[in-house]
Design a protein around this ligand. Structure first.
Ligand code: GAL
Length: 661
């Protein structure tokens, strides 16, 4: 098993192939001055590494890695497979992906390959093996990144054949597939595997789900190939990662993360400013892919080039973002990219060093982050993020809802985040994990729109509640099976007994409707479910619908049901923000979930726990104005190296890392 680096890293993506070699020493000197200790390089450099079929050139890369090391900077190498070069594509035009309209994609951008192309797999074998042979035992290479942001879907005939084989493997008999997919509907019954199409546009829900799983399977194959090739030469203690894209929906990230030693992701704000109540969820999602710390392997130095308005982050906003990421489990922050290339598609992207080779104003901010990282790097070694609350995430449920949202504004991620924000606003320790993760250790589990609920999942959730856990079921929970077919029971399917209620019907709402709770009146938007009480003796009704469409009027909207030693809540409404906060406050209290610390709005408190039990408290002010936090105990401020008691002042976008004294 690879050793995951235990201390903080700070760095950038650097492309030595863009610059004359005599410039490198100055770049590396500046990196050292910025406090950088890692650089990511190599991804996209295929045409420089292998300018023609039988010529490999790695000397330049080796010299760059060595020179970086001489400046105290370690390297992460990217395999360049996201950028198959022109000569290769010319030799094998079939290597290029085909779009939904049947057009071969044009050469000249990136990620243009067909993920199932045998020529791509062959070419990958050659370039990755050659890289691994050359750099596998290089002492300055601490990790590898595979490809870059897997994302393209190919619709070529060969992918269709591979999809059919994938289905054959999974279902074994066509009858089983026809049955599970309800293909008698609209006469879709298949009598031969070769009749099954790749779905384009609306389709049979089971076909859609299987194709999405096939995309996961296809990237998994290519990834597995690369890992195997690297491992021939790369020792086990060197880690292998891929850079994911947060909430990107294209494949099941849990499946792809299984084989990786470390998960990393690329965080871009684009237009506007970062909202920590939302971005915390993405860090937690990424940490949840393997339930371990992660790397933020790309983030924006100032601004991007690809959004509608490429505004810069405010001065020091990136500082708050860097610590926010660390507080949520990041062990590294790497900016993309170091210096503006003179040509290529990304000329206007933010960088640390500009086209003239001089540091931009942002450089000083990165330098400040570097200084502070050095102060706590050793202290943080081995520390992880504990969590009282788990939010369950499930790609199949998300895809299914995306294909049939029933209300055009219903968005799975926005709905999950609607449950995340009230927890984040109260500094509850929390995680976002796969719906198939073991639930021991959590006090509260929230299953937002966990549409797909088979008996296995239901049994694990029920067991969690029997043992004293609190479980929140929400709208759209417990409706379908693993083939994306409706369960032949009312929502929440196998959890009806646990919930003590069932859903008699669901309503997409044209307008918000009123909700009357014990002590407040609020609204439900987009969606409302009419709950029928099954266990009259013990279900408590926490809120009812007011006058609505007639069907919903005065029916229960939110319920709580003591079950075993715990409680199951059913939230049949999509509450307004204030009511949602009030509801989650009440549930957190009942479940015994305490805030890490009390902070004013805009300031977050997070916790990392060292293996020796020492708790590290992070206070991050996400506001552009100073803030004050009242500390309940005296503490040692590790960045300022002083003892603090009572009121702690944070500057605009300021940060404190505290240990209790
Ligand atoms: C990322 C990509 C980088 C760079 C960056 C620009 O998605 O991985 O290579 O293009 O966007 O924001």
């Amino acid at each position: 098993m690879a050793t995951i680096p235990q201390a903080l890293h700070l760095g950038a993506a650097y492309y030595p192939e863009h610059w004359p070699e005599d410039r490198w020493p100055e770049d590396f000197r500046l990196m050292h001055e910025a406090g950088f200790n890692v650089v990511r390089l190599g991804e996209f450099a295929w045409s420089t590494m292998q300018p023609e079929a039988n010529t490999f050139r790695f000397g330049w890369l080796e010299r760059a890695v060595d020179l970086l090391a001489a400046h105290g900077i370690v390297s992460v190498l990217g395999t360049p497979t996201a950028a198959p070069p022109a000569w290769l594509v010319q030799q094998h035009p079939d290597l290029m992906a085909v779009d939904e309209l049947g057009r071969r994609v044009q050469f000249g951008n990136r990620c243009h390959y067909c993920v199932n192309s045998p020529e791509m797999h062959d070419a990958t074998r050659r370039i990755v093996t050659a890289m691994a042979q050359r750099f596998g035992d290089n002492p300055h290479v601490i990790g590898w990144q595979l490809d870059n942001e897997y994302n393209r879907v190919c619709f070529c005939d060969r992918c269709q054949g591979a999809f059919q084989r994938f289905l054959r493997e999974k279902y074994a008999a066509l009858d089983a597939l026809n049955e599970a997919w309800t293909t008698r509907y609209w006469s879709q019954t298949y009598s031969d595997w070769s009749q099954i199409p790749i779905p384009i546009g609306r389709h049979n829900p089971a076909l859609l789900l299987n194709f999405q799983q096939f995309i996961t399977h296809s990237y998994h194959r290519l990834q597995h190939l690369q890992i195997g090739l690297l491992r021939e030469y790369v020792p086990d203690h060197i880690w292998i990662t891929h850079n994911f894209m947060g909430w990107f929906p294209g494949y099941d990230h849990y499946k792809l993360a299984e084989e990786l030693d470390l998960v990393s992701w690329d965080w871009y704000v684009g237009t506007g400013y970062h909202d920590y109540l939302n971005s915390g969820a993405v860090h937690d999602l990424t940490r949840g892919f393997k339930r371990q710390n992660f790397w933020l392997i790309e983030t924006q130095p100032g601004h991007v080039n690809w959004s509608t308005v490429n505004n810069s982050l405010n001065k020091w906003e990136a500082q708050a973002m860097a610590w926010h990421a660390v507080a949520h489990g990041a062990d590294a922050i790497l900016y993309w990219q170091w210096r503006s290339a003179l040509g290529g598609q990304e000329q206007y992207h933010g960088t640390l060093v500009d086209q003239s080779g001089q540091p931009r104003p942002f450089f000083r901010e990165a330098q400040q982050i570097g200084k502070a990282f050095r102060k706590v790097s050793e202290l943080l070694a081995g520390s992880t993020v504990p969590a009282d609350v788990a939010l369950l995430n499930d790609y199949a449920s998300r895809w299914s809802i995306d294909w049939q949202p029933h209300h055009e504004d219903f968005d799975y991620v926005a709905h999950l985040t609607h449950y995340y924000r009230p927890l984040a606003a109260r500094n509850a320790s929390r995680a976002v994990v796969s719906a198939d993760t073991p639930l021991d250790g959590y006090r509260l589990v929230i299953a937002p729109a966990l549409l797909i609920l088979d008996d296995g999942r239901a049994a694990a959730l029920e067991q969690f509640v029997r043992q004293g856990g609190h479980l929140v079921l929400t709208i759209r929970t417990g409706m379908k099976d693993r083939h994306n077919a409706l369960l032949p029971s009312r929502q929440p399917g196998p959890l009806r007994a646990g919930a003590g209620v069932e859903v008699e019907d669901y309503y997409a709402l044209l307008e918000p409707i009123s909700i009357e709770g014990d002590d407040r009146v609020g609204q439900s938007r987009q969606w409302a479910e009419r709950l029928r009480i099954l266990d009259e003796k013990s279900v408590q009704v926490w809120a009812r619908y007011g006058r609505a469409n007639g069907w919903l009027d005065h029916h229960p909207a939110v319920t709580a049901h003591p079950f075993g030693k715990g409680i199951v809540y059913y939230v049949g409404a999509y509450l307004d923000d204030e009511s949602q906060q009030a509801l989650l406050d009440r549930i957190m209290k009942a479940a015994g979930v305490e805030p890490i610390l009390f902070t004013p709005p805009g300031v977050e408190a997070c916790l990392r726990q060292r293996p020796d039990g020492v708790a590290l408290y992070f206070l991050v002010n996400h506001a552009a104005a100073p803030a004050t936090v009242s500390l309940p105990w005296p503490a040692h401020d590790r960045l300022q190296d002083r003892t603090v008691q009572g009121e702690l002042q944070l500057e605009a976008y300021g940060v404190s890392v505290l240990t209790r004294v």
